[in-house]
Design a protein around this ligand. Structure first.
Ligand code: NAD
Ligand code: TDX
Length: 333
């Protein structure tokens, strides 16, 4: 099989490529990534010399490039996106461009090249927010995105689904909850809090810290994506979640406790505008039809993740200083 993975230099995409090459060592993987602020080739330094792995620096919005690369590809897995809610609040321009137009370019190229499977990686945020007692999101939940980020992801999901109905394109979609694990950019809650504490800084909790997220280890997510690609039914959507609902304050306290800090390190700051109260995923469809479920216990996954940041200060210190972008600038411009 020949896979085109987009956004493979980011957090989930790089962990996916590592996972796929481990589980499917004979497959060929092309990683197409624009290396925005979130893309980091150091995430893949352990696979970069493999003969069946090729990195191409490029934009998923570049029609000519994408059409060229797609020739001979069997499967496209689309991770490429602008992914941070707070950035989308500051400016939605790149979000619409990459998440919507980029997905459209990929879909048209996939159609022209008769791709066997187009898997689109999406988020639970497209469904909006839940109240504390609402039932969890599932595949039939109505779309109600409330941030520019989630609106752009919702638009991309709709486009992908429309190509199935209109052109019979062999698509699948996954909507996953909040990921954590190694190589996550330290703007997201868990790596930001852990690296701040390692640097002697406080952890900034938005509002009163009562918003709830459903945490899933990135390896569980990627195992789910692999199952969908291999066994998921064409045209179907699958919700993937971790079954780990915690308030942000609870997560902050777990991190502080593991790292032996006191709650004095918490700084409550101004809330995120339009801050979604709660996300939670009912993954029973994936469990029943794909025999998939999360395996990594949150306490264990969180402590291993904290240890990973603790033992890889070079990786995140370069990011926080901005130096990481020099790694590829000489090579790729
Ligand atoms: P990330 O921000 O860490 O990585 C995104 C990658 O996409 C980066 O390497 C970046 O360089 C690349 N990219 C951005 N614009 C591009 C363009 N125009 N062309 C080519 N490459 C481009 O994101 P992530 O957290 O790894 O998320 C990956 C995907 O999973 C996204 O689609 C996101 O919406 C989805 N998702 C994320 C989470 C989460 O908790 N992080 C949860 C559910 C779904
Ligand atoms: O400094 C912070 N303080 C804080 O309280 C940050 C960065 C976040 N938060 C809160 C906001 C959220 O309630 O923590 C929660 C998690 O925030 P993020 O890590 O920014 O994630 P979230 O907004 O939930 O979105 C994430 O999950 C779904 C990813 O960034 C998305 O790409 C994914 O689709």
């Amino acid at each position: 099989m020949k896979l085109l993975v987009t956004g493979g230099a980011g957090f989930i995409g790089s962990n996916f490529i590592r996972h796929w090459l481990r589980e499917n060592p004979k497959d060929n993987v092309i990683n197409l990534d624009l290396l925005t602020y979130a893309g980091n080739l150091e995430n893949l330094s352990d696979v970069e010399n493999r003969k069946n792995y090729l990195f191409i620096k490029g934009d998923i919005c570049d029609t000519n490039l994408v059409h060229q690369i797609c020739k001979g590809v069997d499967i496209i897995v689309n991770f490429a996106a602008e992914s941070h809610v707070d950035r989308s609040i500051r400016s939605s321009e790149d979000f619409i461009r990459t998440n919507v137009e980029g997905t459209r370019v990929l879909l048209d190229a996939a159609r022209k090249c008769n791709i066997k499977r187009f898997h689109h990686v999406s988020t639970d945020e497209v469904f909006g927010e839940l109240g504390s007692k609402d039932p969890k999101f599932n595949e039939t939940s109505p779309y109600y995105p409330r941030s520019p980020y989630s609106a752009s992801k919702a638009a991309s999901d709709h486009l992908v689904r429309s190509y199935f109905y209109t052109y019979k394109m062999p698509i699948t979609i996954s909507n996953c909850s909040n990921n954590y694990g190694p190589y996550q950019f330290p703007e997201k809650l868990i790596p930001l809090f852990v690296t701040n504490l390692l640097e002697g800084k406080k952890v900034p909790v938005y509002g009163k810290g009562q918003n709830i997220r459903d945490w899933i280890h990135v390896d569980d997510h990627n195992r789910g994506v692999e199952k969908i690609i291999k066994n998921g039914l064409i045209g179907e959507t699958y919700c993937l979640g971790g079954g780990n609902e915690f308030t942000n304050l609870e997560v902050a306290k777990k991190i502080l406790e593991y790292m032996t800090f006191t709650e004095d390190e918490i700084e409550f700051i101004k809330d995120r505008p339009g801050h979604d109260h709660r996300y939670a995923i009912d993954y029973s469809k994936a469990k029943k039809t794909l025999d998939w479920g999360p395996k990594i216990d949150f306490k264990k996954g969180l402590s291993e993740t904290i240890e990973w940041y603790n033992t890889n200060p070079k990786w995140w210190k370069k990011i926080k200083s901005g130096e990481y972008q020099n790694y590829y600038k000489e090579q790729y411009g």
